[in-house]
Design a protein around this ligand. Structure first.
Ligand code: PEP
Ligand code: MG
Length: 908
């Protein structure tokens, strides 16, 4: 028997089925499957992916010869089912041609519709539909699509314009009209003639009039598109093998605009916004598919209940509703019954909410497409948990149905969709911290603080970049917008910790602090003007855009419990205050993976003592200042330990460069001088001596503790005594003291000695002991490379993948915004490595260091506390390399928990 190259489907029969994706492509297999379960789809056939490979082996002519008998038989089958003939003038059958690879490859090749039209057939179509405008418009679209895609007239660069579009513009100018829809039938005829002339001029050949010639041309173009640049690049990025090839789907065209017994619509088996189990959708009588989405005519509700809800909102009487906006349920009851039955069947079959397109052609219902419906975060959770309760999916499937990042929508305020549709985007930055915010522009943290606390105003803090001094202002702002800085810049990290919306690195912003203005593309915004931020997409909007508060419900809690049941990886949080720790605990954090102690030094009196410490020039002076800080630190730790209810808390010793703490403005320096009884010149000199050319690689991390051991001593004392005092109250805690930025084992050992000696002294003083651990961050490549040596001393590792990414790539975390957009556009980088862990480079250091460390110390606890700890693909990687936990900002804990469960399920 000769090889089968064509698989037909139609009228409830199909030669293929769902599990034949490799041979028929995703779309072809799905079309076959829909037929088999009794869903009416326009009949057609699929040419297999194997033929695509043959095309590249034996060439076009030979492939046509091989395909001819099967394709002609398949077309005849469609003709029989549709009662129309391909190429006929009296009763024409038109076809659509689409590509369909085994894996979805969006935008690989455009669809060709209305294939089979020519100057005579178009007249036949007019007689059949009674609609000259539709027929000529279909024809002009067909010539354009065919010219662009099959005859290769589509421009290859963005700078050139499509020759057909140019002709449309030219004609519109001649006619003095604005819209395509303003062109008359006569105009459309002129266009088709001009299009065909352009084809002749550019390709040297006449536009094909023979229906089969058109069909072969389209089929071969699909095969050709498999090797176009876009497709090759996409496959490379997604790891899709070239040998898979693409299938070609050819189907009968059906029309919803053949009169009052025809219609077209889209529908959903459940509500895609709320998740409510309610069939819904929109339709139009005597219309084409695009009309429903294009908004030229107002579509009507499919169900009666939907229509009634609409009437309620629009304040329309029942009488008027029935007259003006009858539902499909009322207008075409038989069709509706059939549609309802089939949507139930499709959801039952695919076990997920379906988004379906249908057309009614002269009283006959056709499904054009079904797919899993896009949905909001809220709907995603509700639908997954409802399907689980209904027994349609199992627990693991319910977890797999969750897109972890989408949970953000449930945790942060979001924009009201209607308000957003009307808003104007003024610029874009990095999506540094999710959520939506709207408020008045302020440029200084003190102003934010004042306006919020005194005037109750909602403000957006706009800065070139933020520093720890801005913390109080950031705290009260609705959102934060910066012109510089990447995803791990100060603004981004702090905002995520606070669960506050932030857009960072919006390079197009010109900020003038003196004039208190913000300029974008020549447009000036002043202090007090309203702007809005979308921290999930990085968009900045003009004016006020209404927001909707976050909502969490019983389904969300049930999902979280389910996630815990399946995950191996623990999820901790990065939190620096009792408040943040409490939020993290409420989201299910099982410990603190990183407490950045420096954030504690900026509140109230602490900053003064801290500045004294930094600006004094003797050990004695520093010790004196540190003694003032000690009680505050101890209280802070007690708060955090208490909120974590006995779960481990990793406290990191002081890490950032000291200049971040000292006053850089004249007023602040004068105050310091007065406070310390020194001349302001001395202070100014000391401040400037702290400036470094490359502070990220300068005097920071354990280099501080090693040069000023008294800082480590004070911090250890605060941690240990906090735990001991809580123990007296009956509250248990599990502190883990962490040395930052270790590169050489001796750096760690020196610090470990100070920590252990101090702890012993404190135990002695209190006459009691507690368990504690001493470990280190692994955030310098050298530490990863020598992890075995470090593990001989350190009891735990925490991968600081922010710094590790910075130092492995050599990209400054604060300056990446200047070149990242270009790198992404040129596809030098696929994603921002500060957001998504670079598994092939930085990830290999994590893996190697874990293995080396555990070879030396099998019980070595390993976690990650860089920003990647809350990013789903990075969490899955951490699971694979066997880390014990990930730690992320409190608001990302639920996301990490679901990702951790998915990792475990995928592994099994
Ligand atoms: C890191 O470097 O990944 C880290 C968590 O520390 P920080 O961001 O505070 O430098
Ligand atoms: Mg770090």
């Amino acid at each position: 028997m000769s090889k089968k190259r064509v698989y037909t489907f139609g009228n409830g029969e199909a030669e293929g089925k769902a599990d034949m994706k490799l041979l028929l492509g995703g779309k072809g297999a799905n079309l076959a499957e829909m037929n088999l379960i009794g869903v009416p789809v326009p009949p057609g056939f699929t040419i297999t992916t194997e033929v695509c490979n043959e095309y590249y082996e034996v060439g076009q002519d030979k492939v046509v010869e091989l395909l001819k008998p099967e394709v002609e038989a398949a077309v005849a089958k469609i003709e029989g089912l549709m009662n129309a003939q391909f190429g006929s003038i009296e009763n024409p059958l038109l076809l659509s041609v689409r590509s369909g690879a085994p894996a979805s490859m969006p935008g690989m090749m455009d669809t060709i519709l209305n294939l089979g039209l020519n100057d005579e057939v178009v007249e036949g179509l007019i007689r059949k539909t009674g609609n000259a405008r539709f027929a000529w418009d279909s024809y002009r679209r067909f010539v354009q699509m065919y010219g662009d895609v099959v005859l290769g007239m589509k421009p290859t660069s963005k700078e050139e314009i499509d020759p057909f579009e140019a002709l449309i513009d030219e004609l519109k100018e001649e006619r003095g009209v604005e819209q395509d829809t303003d062109l008359t039938v006569e105009d459309l005829k002129v266009l088709v003639a001009r299009f065909k002339k352009a084809v002749k001029e550019q390709t040297g050949k006449d536009f094909p009039t023979d229906s089969y010639e058109q069909l072969w041309g389209a089929v071969m173009a699909v095969f050709r598109s498999w090797m176009n640049e876009r497709a090759i690049l996409y496959r490379k990025m997604e790891g899709i093998p070239a040998e898979w090839g693409t299938a070609v789907n050819v189907q009968a065209m059906v029309f919803g605009n053949m009169g009052e017994t025809s219609a077209t619509g889209v529908c959903f088996s459940r509500d895609s916004a709320t998740g409510e189990n309610l069939f819904n959708g929109e339709y139009l009588i005597n219309a084409q598919g695009e009309d429903v989405v294009a908004g030229i005519r107002t579509p009507r509700e499919i169900t009666k209940i939907g229509s009634q809800r609409w009437a309620e909102r629009a304040n329309v009487s029942e009488e008027e509703r029935v007259r003006e906006m009858p539902s499909l349920e009322e207008a075409m009851p038989e069709i509706y019954k059939e549609l309802h039955r089939l949507q139930l069947k499709l959801e039952e079959h695919y076990r997920d909410m379906q988004d379906m397109e249908f057309t009614v052609q002269e009283g006959k219902l056709w499904f054009l497409q079904t797919r899993s419906g896009k949905r909001t975060g809220q709907a995603m959770v509700k639908i997954a948990m409802d399907l689980l309760k209904e027994g349609k999916i199992d627990e693991k499937t319910a977890i797999k149905r969750i897109e972890p990042n989408k949970l953000d929508e449930l945790l942060h305020p979001v924009f009201d969709k209607k308000a957003l549709a009307k808003a104007t985007v003024i610029t874009r930055g990095l999506p540094a911290s999710p959520g939506a915010a709207t408020g008045q522009i302020v440029f200084f943290a003190e102003d934010a603080d004042r306006l919020h606390n005194e005037g109750g105003q909602r403000v957006i803090l706009v800065r070139l970049e933020t520093s720890p001094e801005d913390l109080a202002g950031m705290q009260v702002a609705e959102g934060i917008l910066t012109a510089r800085g990447g995803m791990t810049s100060h603004a981004a990290v702090v905002a995520r910790g606070m669960g506050k919306c932030c857009v960072s690195g919006a390079g197009a912003l010109q900020i003038d602090y003196k004039a208190r203005t913000l300029t974008v593309d020549g447009k000036v915004y002043r202090e007090g003007d309203f702007i809005s931020l979308n921290g999930t997409t990085g968009e900045v909007y003009e004016g006020m855009v209404d927001t909707k508060a976050a909502e969490m419900d019983a389904d969300f809690s049930a999902l979280m419990e389910l996630a815990n049941k399946y995950s191996r990886l623990k999820v901790r949080a990065n939190a620096d205050t009792g408040h943040d720790a409490a939020v993290a605990y409420s989201f299910g954090a099982e410990g603190i993976g990183l407490c950045r102690t420096e954030h504690m030094f900026f509140e109230g009196e602490k900053i003064v003592a801290m500045r004294r410490m930094i600006l004094s020039d003797s050990t004695e002076g520093r010790k004196e200042a540190l003694a003032k800080i000690l009680p505050f630190q101890k209280e802070d730790f007690k708060n955090i330990f208490r909120e974590m209810h006995g779960h481990p808390v990793t406290v990191r010793l002081l890490d950032p460069p000291l200049h971040e703490f000292v006053p850089h403005d004249a007023k602040g320096q004068e105050e310091m001088a007065k406070d310390m009884g020194l001349d302001v010149e001395v202070i100014r000199h000391r401040v400037s001596s702290l400036m470094e050319h490359n502070p990220m690689l300068g005097h920071r991390g354990c280099r501080l503790g090693n040069t000023y051991p008294e800082i480590t001593e004070m911090q250890t004392r605060a941690i240990i005594s906090a735990a001991l005092e809580l123990k007296r109250e009956g509250v248990m805690s599990e502190p883990e003291i962490m040395v930052p930025l270790t590169g050489i084992v001796y750096e760690f050992k020196e610090q470990e000695n100070v920590i252990r000696a101090t702890a012993e002294a404190v135990f002695e003083e209190y006459g009691d002991r507690i368990d504690y651990k001493v470990g280190t961050m692994i955030e310098i490549p050298r530490a990863a490379l020598t992890a075995d040596k470090i593990a001989a001393s350190a009891e735990f590792f925490s991968f600081g993948t922010n710094d590790l990414t910075q130092m492995t790539f050599g990209y400054s975390r604060d300056d990446i915004a200047s070149f990242l957009p270009i790198y992404l556009e040129k596809k030098i980088l696929k994603v921002d490595p500060f957001q998504v862990l670079d598994q092939n480079g930085v990830g290999q250091l994590v893996k190697m260091a874990t293995e080396k460390g555990r070879a030396k110390r099998p019980e070595l606890k390993c976690g990650i506390c860089g920003e990647h700890g809350g990013e789903p693909s990075s969490v899955k990687f951490c699971h694979k390399v066997g880390l014990n936990y990930v730690s992320c900002s409190p608001f990302r804990v639920p996301i990490a928990r679901v990702a951790a469960a998915q990792a475990a399920i995928e592994e099994a």
